[in-house]
Design a protein around this ligand. Structure first.
Ligand SMILES: Nc1ncnc2c1ncn2[C@@H]1O[C@H](COP(=O)(O)OP(=O)(O)OP(=O)(O)O)[C@@H](O)[C@H]1O
Ligand SMILES: [Mg+2]
Length: 296
């Protein structure tokens, strides 16, 4: 019942939509950080209400793609539209983005961090706290409402960030490895729970994951990216209908076959020779990355 209440909460509060339109369209999208090409010729269409997972080798541009989708970056070439908006400000206003790092505000309590997205939508402080607070128990955070982020574990911080993203009231959710810092048991639990929350549809989700099982279990479609500059090298439909329980779903023969196909595509894509970085005098990658975040 709690789940139904929660879904109802999402439906009422979070911009659920019911039409069959396309939420995201990218055509010939490319991006580079200076001379370092991160994405190449991305062709992407995500229907409204669809959950699409992106998997690919580390550094292939998955986070960059999410940052472009939600308007934090502009593509170097090609076009992208989210819910009909092509400009960065328009994309930003339509997306709730959960970055790979939790980015909680250290001076806010867990509850106020979770309520931040509601506050940004103009909801009053007490009401925002009430709405976010209702979900603390479900997220295993009950009793930690007043704790500061530095007093929480990595997994708890991630759940606060996730909760904040869910209550943001946007039609498009961008989740960058939402469960990366959870232990295997909490991760499986959260996956099962999120699958239940997303399956009725209505929310469009782009989800980055390193975990093929997670991607195939949570998403309707999985896109496999090559090594940098990331290109989509394979598209897989998740087996449907999936069992309601996660353990049942991931041991289904069709699911196992899809996971193996994804794994083969990942290996083939990872072997793709990345173009030589045109950085003067062979500046090491660590140095190049020191500018990371400069565009944020
Ligand atoms: N702000 C930045 N400045 C310069 N280079 C960057 C910046 N952000 C990312 N890069 C580089 O762009 C490439 C793609 O990075 P991105 O974070 O998109 O990869 P990713 O697929 O999300 O990797 P991971 O799976 O490890 O999170 C990497 O080589 C990275 O070093
Ligand atoms: Mg990333």
């Amino acid at each position: 019942m709690l789940l139904l209440d929660f879904l109802d909460f999402l439906g009422r509060q979070c911009g659920v939509r019911k039409d069959n339109s396309v939420s995201v369209v990218a055509r010939g999208l490319s991006h580079a950080y200076g001379e370092l090409r991160s994405l190449d010729s991305i062709e992407l269409e995500v229907s409204a209400g669809e959950v699409v997972a992106l998997v690919g080798p580390s550094g292939c541009g998955k986070s960059t793609l999410l940052e472009i989708a939600c308007g934090l970056r502009e593509p170097g070439g090609g076009t992208i539209e989210v819910e009909g908006a092509a400009d960065a400000a328009g994309r930003l206003s339509r997306c709730a983005y959960m970055p790979q790092r939790d980015l909680l505000l250290p001076w806010f309590s867990a509850l106020d961090n979770a309520a931040l997205a509601l506050r940004n939508r103009g909801v009053g402080k007490a009401e925002a706290r009430r709405q976010a607070g209702e979900l603390f128990d479900r997220f295993g955070l009950a009793g930690f409402e007043r704790s500061r982020p530095q007093e929480l574990s990595g997994g708890m911080r991630q759940r606060v960030a996730f909760l904040r993203t869910l209550v943001a009231g946007k039609p498009m959710l961008l989740l960058d490895e939402p469960f990366a810092s959870l232990d295997a048991i909490s991760r499986a639990e959260m996956q099962g729970w999120l699958a239940g929350a997303l399956r009725p549809g209505g929310r469009t989700v782009l989800l980055v994951s390193h975990d093929l099982e997670e991607a195939l279990y949570l998403a309707d479609r999985v896109l496999v990216l090559s090594a940098r500059p990331g290109r989509i090298v394979k598209e897989l439909r998740a087996p449907d209908p999936r069992a309601a329980d996660r353990d049942g779903a991931v041991t289904d023969p069709e699911f196992v076959a899809a996971r193996e196909a994804a794994l083969r595509a990942l290996h083939a894509g990872a072997r793709r020779e990345p173009p030589a970085p045109a950085v003067p005098f062979g500046l090491p990658e660590a140095k190049r990355n020191s500018s990371r975040g400069s565009e944020r």
